[in-house]
Ligand binder design. Structure first.
Ligand SMILES: C[S@@+](CC[C@H](N)C(=O)[O-])C[C@H]1O[C@@H](n2cnc3c(N)ncnc32)[C@H](O)[C@@H]1O
Length: 245
């Protein structure tokens, strides 16, 4: 039977859904502030639903309505409340002066293209913050270039959804100067062979914690001590830049 789950939701869950190494940090930061948390680039709610399940008032913002519809359905099934907002991280207004904490998990900020787009995010985040509120942004540790032929391939992400097996296989990380292009082969598996294949590329801006803190300080934020999410056998580590508005 054909899956009724949108492909955008399926691939988001396959490629992001298994990561849980950062949950404890977001919960801890939410406990350090007063007021609701705004999860920017929330996707299907991996972080927002976890925070809500731990009693945190959370608003989930994303560019993609389909992902937020999946989040809404999951929140309802789990009996938790998460407000959702379809908006762009560079221009959102989710309520001026409303949030104690604005979080940007899982390298989402690196999807923005360059310092001007990051500055637009900082402007929107500052409008959203309560006085003294925090912004916390996860950045992937430097992505080393690799290609499958000379370096071997990392483990694929996999999930079975509505009875079909979905596999996302990292093929290469290609250095493009100020960005790293991550190439993946997405396969929907039949019984013995793939029945569908597509080549997917995402580009992450090469920005490190020092550079980002400098950009934010130039815009009036105060950089606090950064936090760490250590690497595991499966995932690269992250540095979380923490800024006071
Ligand atoms: C890597 S996923 C992370 C999803 C989720 N935060 C997590 O940790 O599992 C990046 C998310 O950011 C969203 N996104 C990308 N660019 C965006 C933008 N300019 N404004 C808002 N959301 C954006 C994508 O739709 C996607 O859901």
């Amino acid at each position: 039977m054909a899956s009724t789950t949108p492909r955008s939701v399926i691939w988001h869950d396959v490629e992001c859904g298994g990561y849980g190494e950062d949950h404890a940090l977001w919960r801890a930061l939410a406990g350090e502030v007063d007021g609701p948390v705004l999860d920017v680039g929330a996707g299907t709610g991996r972080v927002a639903l976890d925070l809500a399940a731990h009693g945190v008032e959370v608003v989930a913002l994303d560019l993609e309505p389909e992902l937020l519809e999946a989040l809404d359905a999951r929140a309802e099934r789990r009996g938790v409340h998460v407000e959702t907002v379809v908006a762009d991280a560079r221009s959102f207004d989710a309520g001026a002066g409303r949030f104690g904490l604005v979080i940007v998990p899982m390298q989402t900020l690196q999807l923005l293209d360059g310092a001007a787009e990051r500055a637009a995010f900082f402007g929107a985040a500052r409008r959203a913050l309560r006085p003294g509120g925090l912004v916390a942004i996860a950045l992937a540790d430097a992505l080393e270039s690799f290609d499958g032929e000379s370096d071997g391939l990392p483990e694929p992400d996999m999930a079975v959804i509505d009875g079909l097996r979905y596999v996302s296989l990292p093929l290469a990380v290609v250095d493009e100067g100020d960005r790293a292009a991550i190439h993946r082969l997405r396969q929907v598996m039949g019984i013995i062979a793939p029945v569908e294949e597509e080549h997917d590329v995402i580009r992450l801006a090469r920005v490190d914690a020092v550079m980002l803190a400098d950009e934010a300080e130039a815009l009036g934020f105060e950089a606090l001590e950064a936090r760490r999410i250590p690497a595991t056998d499966v995932y690269v580590g992250s540095t979380v830049v923490v800024l006071r508005g």
